[in-house]
Write a protein that binds this ligand. Structure first.
Ligand SMILES: Nc1ncnc2c1ncn2[C@@H]1O[C@H](COP(=O)(O)OP(=O)(O)OP(=O)(O)O)[C@@H](O)[C@H]1O
Ligand SMILES: CCCCCCCCCCCCC/C=C/[C@@H](O)[C@H](CO)NC(C)=O
Ligand SMILES: [Ca+2]
Length: 560
């Protein structure tokens, strides 16, 4: 690594011990050198013990001058600090707040206070650190915050006020806060009313449903501003530039968990403050060439659709509604007939059966994202192309059958209930979704599959389960299949895939013959859908899940 020139270096006091403190553009470091006498074979030698720590400047939250009292309180008595340690050092100090890593991807804001020999030196330190922080251009300064007061355990407002707002204010981030008054308030506000240029990002305090509102507002707004018709399934969507932060306050909080590694408001607030950026794939869902919804986590038909429909009636229970409805849905053991056709993602790195997972700085996401953006440059040069080259080159595949579950996971969908997720090797930003087909099987076999979401065993290593990494897929319930045969003449055929029968037939999506699609926790009104993955359409204030350091390295500032 290139060595950075020193900007400042001084001897400062920290907890009554003298440290050599240095600052360069990348790192704030402090080390204590203590001399100890040690007897070696009769003679006395000096040995040096070095305690040294460092914090990347990019993980400093703030710096401030600190009021110091030369007397410290100890067991009710005011005691004078020892003459040796305070001499000339007691009155001037500054405090650096920085990110400290804990277990399981948890971040905390920790403080370290350095005492200086004079006021000028103290000011010089504060100013130098602030200058370095001001060079970090990816940090947000002004944020728009939406709070859903009814998500999860209805703690959104409290979580924001007690845990997040104080951190934002310490980091000098100003905010406009809106507590939503009704469902879709945030979505509609973002779609039309907000001057997005005023903000460096939008913060969502709530669960996956609230996050879904935010992305619908932002994506629709961006497409409208750029003249892109969302109803056309073949349109290339324009990426949103406004980053989104998620403060988890919902029931599943799967998007937060799968992009940060933990559902913890303080950790998420710190990722926002340091200005992280994580691109995310988004699937668009259409029915009969009409736009229905976007999805970033799970699109689930059968088990997850039925479970969601049942759980919506139990919202009063809070997050445990999913456990009740999960067991009930498992016991009903409904299967659904239909046809799944899909376009496999053939030209990319990675498969859904990989042992390695998407992690911070993921090479596969970078590589595949790059591949897609190069492809799209090529497509633009050929004027009369209406389908993507991948679709034209690729071979659609078709599977007709009876399914207990059809799940499309655009990310791992890891959450506290399933820490490795529905598709553990899925990528956040590779432009694909993992299509998981669980065919009709016995209850006990389905239970084996479900339980493998919660333990180390491979949920795909079962005869009745298959998984495909795809760019697009379509599902046609059995009632609409005659329509499919009539129009299609093949799996990848006609554009009017879900025609007359589907639109007008009351059986489609309306009777218990069909399940419903669970789209990131919202029920879709149609069973017949067409889905396409859009690579890196949005960005979060996150960095993906970091690789866990060894236990000894847990205490940041890191010990050098
Ligand atoms: N003020 C409000 N009143 C009623 N509903 C709201 C309000 N604000 C937002 N909503 C809706 O509440 C629904 C659920 O919110 P949210 O996603 O925050 O919590 P959750 O469903 O408990 O969590 P998860 O989605 O993680 O399972 C969302 O679909 C959102 O549209
Ligand atoms: C009978 C035993 C059942 C055990 C089931 C364990 C598996 C749980 C896995 C949950 C994965 C949830 C994926 C995330 C989906 C979210 O989009 C959505 C909205 O928050 N949440 C749900 C629960 O649908
Ligand atoms: Ca993906």
């Amino acid at each position: 690594m290139e060595k950075q020139p020193r900007l400042l270096s001084s001897q400062l006091l920290l907890k009554n011990r003298v440290f050599e403190v240095t600052l360069n553009r990348a790192i704030l470091a402090w080390k204590e050198i203590t001399t100890k006498k040690k007897r070696v074979s009769g003679s006395i030698h000096n040995t040096f013990k070095v305690d040294s720590y460092c914090v990347p400047v990019s993980e400093i939250v703030a710096v401030r001058e600190t009021e110091v009292d030369s007397r410290t309180k100890d067991e009710g008595r005011w005691q004078k600090m020892s003459q040796e340690s305070t001499e000339g050092h007691s009155s001037y100090a500054f405090t650096v707040s920085y990110v400290e890593r804990g277990r399981q991807h948890r971040w905390r804001c920790n403080d370290v206070t350095f005492h200086c020999s004079d006021g000028l030196l103290c000011q010089q330190w504060v100013q130098s650190i602030r200058e370095q922080l001001s060079l970090l251009s990816s940090r947000p300064k002004h944020l728009l915050v939406y709070i859903n007061p009814y998500g999860g355990k209805q703690q959104g407002k409290l979580i924001y006020e007690e845990k997040v707002a104080p951190l934002f204010s310490r980091a000098s981030i100003s905010t406009d806060v809106i507590v939503t008054e009704y469902a879709n308030h945030a979505r509609d506000h973002l779609k039309v009313d907000v001057d997005l240029k005023k903000y460096d990002g939008v913060v969502c305090v709530g669960g996956d449903g609230m996050f879904s509102e935010i992305i619908h507002g932002l994506i629709s707004r961006t497409q409208a501003d750029c003249g892109v018709d969302q109803n056309c399934a073949e349109e290339k969507l324009v990426p949103c530039t406004t980053r989104i932060g998620i403060i988890p306050a919902g029931s599943t909080d799967c998007i937060c968990y799968a992009t940060v590694g933990i559902n913890d408001p303080v950790t998420s607030a710190l990722h926002i403050i340091v200005g992280d950026s994580q691109p995310l794939d988004v699937c668009s869902v259409h029915h009969n060439n009409t736009f229905l919804r976007y999805s970033v986590s799970l699109l689930g038909y059968g088990f997850y659709g039925d479970m969601l429909r049942d759980s919506e009636r139990k919202r009063w229970m809070g997050p445990v509604r999913y456990d009740f409805s999960g067991v009930k849905t498992f016991l009903t053991h409904h299967y659904y007939e239909g046809t799944v056709s899909f376009l496999p993602a053939t030209d990319i790195l990675g498969t859904p059966r990989d042992k390695s997972m998407c992690r911070a700085g993921c090479y596969i996401c970078q590589h595949n994202g790059q591949l897609l953006s190069e492809d799209s440059q090529l497509y633009k040069m050929e004027e009369d192309i209406s389908h993507s080259a991948a679709e034209m080159q690729g071979d659609w595949q078709m599977i007709r059958g009876k399914f207990l579950a059809i799940n499309a996971a655009s990310m791992s969908c890891a959450c506290p209930r399933s820490p490795k997720g529905l598709s553990p090797a899925a990528h956040l930003a590779d432009g694909t979704t993992d299509l998981i087909l669980v065919r009709k099987c016995s209850r006990i076999n389905f239970l084996r599959h479900l339980l493998r979401h919660t333990n180390k065993d491979d949920q795909f290593d079962l005869a009745f389960v298959e998984v495909h990494r795809v760019r697009k897929f379509r599902f046609t319930p059995k009632q609409c299949e005659s329509d499919l045969d009539l129009r299609q003449g093949g799996a990848g055929g006609g554009k009017k895939l879900f025609g007359q029968i589907c639109r007008d037939h009351p059986a489609c999506g309306c009777t218990p013959i069909n399940s419903s699609w669970n789209c990131d926790g919202e029920i879709l009104p149609h069973a017949a859908i067409e889905v396409g993955a859009h690579c890196q359409l949005i960005r979060l204030f996150a960095r993906g899940i970091e690789d866990q350091p060894l236990f000894e390295d847990y205490c940041t500032p890191s010990v050098i």
